[in-house]
Design a protein around this ligand. Structure first.
Ligand code: NAP
Length: 283
């Protein structure tokens, strides 16, 4: 428990897995005097209320951000431009505006044009998650010992960066500051392409003939089970990730496909040495 709340009024827009996990831990640590919860659908807002995730609830983002000293967008990346435009006129002087989106260059592109000079835009990405969605999916330990990457532009107020860093550390994370394009390239390899592979292989298996498909399920080893778990992730979130990290994903997919073709050729040609060398290299 920290002695002094870091924020007077923390506003969370979007209260799914990530938003609710922030709310639960921020409350546990006493990081905000007031937590404002905002989401677009009534049923989600009602559920957040039942779960006691905040102190104030509204479906109007323009009201939600008023007087907040920290606003965090916890919605799919494709919604940021519209949200940025709607909240901008209501943001208080000195407010930290951040997000948890899995892509970072696009966040700058979408939000920056709308942000008034008197706020501090500091995009963020907690590298923590599960395949579950919605306000019931959150848990207070989600961010423990996981990285949170912040991608502020050069010249961003240092005290604001320090405050947001402190916030994420209090949520349990380790924090690193990174350049947005670099973030997107790194995450393309470590997260986005693995998700694409999972969606693809599970899709391939589900299109097999009925008898083979049921055998895949029956005999699935842990490798395939991990893929099915990952491929159960929220389709809207992942659609937006690929639409908004197009460049880095396409570049990395190109390299991936070349390497895969080489392995395919080695299998076709019975080139055991190449396969062995490759599998040794990746140890
Ligand atoms: P989630 O559980 O599906 O919750 C999404 C929230 O955003 C809900 O409150 C939903 O509101 C709202 N929302 C959905 N579409 C919207 C739209 N078009 N406009 C406004 N609000 C909208 O999602 P999540 O897993 O917490 O992910 C949220 C963000 O965190 C995403 O940007 C994602 O890239 C990032 N992230 C996710 C993970 C992960 O593993 N899941 C990890 C790190 C970062 P209603 O229910 O009211 O419609």
């Amino acid at each position: 428990m920290t002695t002094q709340p870091l924020f007077k009024r923390l506003c969370l827009i979007g209260i799914g897995l990530i938003g609710s996990s922030i709310a639960l831990r921020a409350r546990r640590e006493g990081l905000a005097e007031t937590i404002v919860v905002s989401t677009r659908r009534k049923e989600t807002l009602d559920r957040a209320k039942e779960l006691n995730l905040g102190d104030v609830y509204t479906d109007k983002v323009s009201e939600a951000v008023q007087g907040a000293d920290c606003v965090i967008l916890c919605t799919p990346v494709g919604s940021f431009a519209s949200l940025g435009e709607r909240i901008a006129p209501h943001l208080a002087e000195g407010c930290i505006v951040s997000d948890v989106g899995s892509v970072k260059r696009s966040v700058v592109t979408q939000l920056k044009p709308h942000m008034p000079d008197h706020v501090h835009l500091i995009p963020g990405h907690p590298i923590a998650g599960t395949e579950y969605s919605g306000p019931d999916a959150g848990f207070s330990t989600l961010f423990d010992d996981r990285w949170c990457l912040l991608t502020p532009e050069e010249g961003t107020d240092k005290a604001a960066i320090e405050k947001l860093t402190q916030f994420w550390k209090s949520l349990g994370s380790m924090v690193e500051v990174m350049e947005p394009d670099h973030h997107d390239l790194v995450l393309a390899v470590t997260s986005h392409i693995p998700h694409l592979i999972a969606y693809n292989i599970v899709g391939t298996a589900s299109e097999l003939e009925e008898v083979t498909r049921s055998e895949v399920v029956k005999f699935s080893a842990s490798g395939f089970r991990d893929f099915t778990r990952i491929a159960a992730s929220d389709p809207v979130m992942w659609r937006d990730v690929f639409l908004h990290n197009k460049g880095a994903v396409i570049e990395m997919l190109g390299r991936f496909s070349e390497d895969l073709s080489q392995l395919q050729r080695a299998i076709r040609n019975g080139d055991g040495d190449l396969l062995f060398d490759h599998f040794t290299k990746t140890h």
